[in-house]
Design a binder for this molecule. Sequence first.
Ligand code: SF4
Ligand code: SF4
Length: 331
Amino acid sequence: MGEVNVEGAQRPTRTKQEMGGTGRSQMFRRRMPASARRQTFLRRFVLAPARDALVNEARTEVDDVEAMTTEIKALVREMGAEAVGIAAYDPRLVFADAPERDHRHVIVFGLSMKYDCLIDIGPRSQAEVHRVYYTLDDMAVRLAQQIGSYGYSACAQPNMGDIPLPAYGYLAGLGELGKHGSLISPELGSSFRLVAVSTDLPLLVDGPKDHGIDEVCASCNVCTRFCPGDAIKPDKKEVNGVLRWHVDTPACQPWFYKMHGCKICLMVCPLNARGRLKAEFQQVAADIRQVKDAQGMVRLIEQRTGEEYADGDGNGDDDDDDDGGVSSTDR
Ligand code: SF4
Ligand code: SF4
């Protein structure tokens, strides 16, 4: 099994802070579709201030932890999540600049992106990423507030929250970290996004599961081959005390910003075909055979979207906020 040993984990710092601001996201934001700009506004100014649940002083005691776990998972599914699992809260896996909370559990859930948008890398796919993140943040805030009404502390954990979501997705059994640095789910492949709620509500932990994904990544190099930034490394590396697959974020970011939030690595991952995207992946598999390398893939995407990526720069002055994409906390 591709077990990730977190015993020696040190609290991670956010990627963008490590880089000290490189000056690209302003241009990125100016080119955002209008829906993405609205959803960014709602996430930042409406949902983020409601992350911490109001806690009901009249607590409902939990006598049956298993029943409560079932109830919470059913609620998350009812809200629209396609995958849900529960991890133990680990103070070592909290961003260094975030508060350490007196929480015990993290409920992690995911929602897939429409794959036809994902393979069309441009404004459409960017709008889709923001639609999914907005939907997930809204669900997480509602779930946190529901838990608060039971009399327990809860906090929604969006993409730019306190915790690295892929790590908790792994610890909740939702999938395994792929070579491309994002979580891969056995059902949803690489084309989904995550959110979480941390809480002190008594729950049963799912824990990591062996989905056979790490073994596939060890002998596959499709994402490495089609990454235009040569950012996906063939070997694992120790990052913040944990040996894991690692993406060279400074190499990824110019392409990420240039390509409306590049997702080539997520799109080409053959593990998309293992779950319910089997039929949809056939077109991508044909593209992979046809274009052969990263430059060919960028040219194909340019032809399909009418965007120009190969020579563009995407530079601008930086600010530090959430681009809703693959970088920062997704890594
Ligand atoms: S493309 Fe291959 S190596 Fe990359 S994440 Fe998917 S399965 Fe792993
Ligand atoms: S988002 Fe694009 S540039 Fe970044 S790692 Fe994936 S394929 Fe490479």
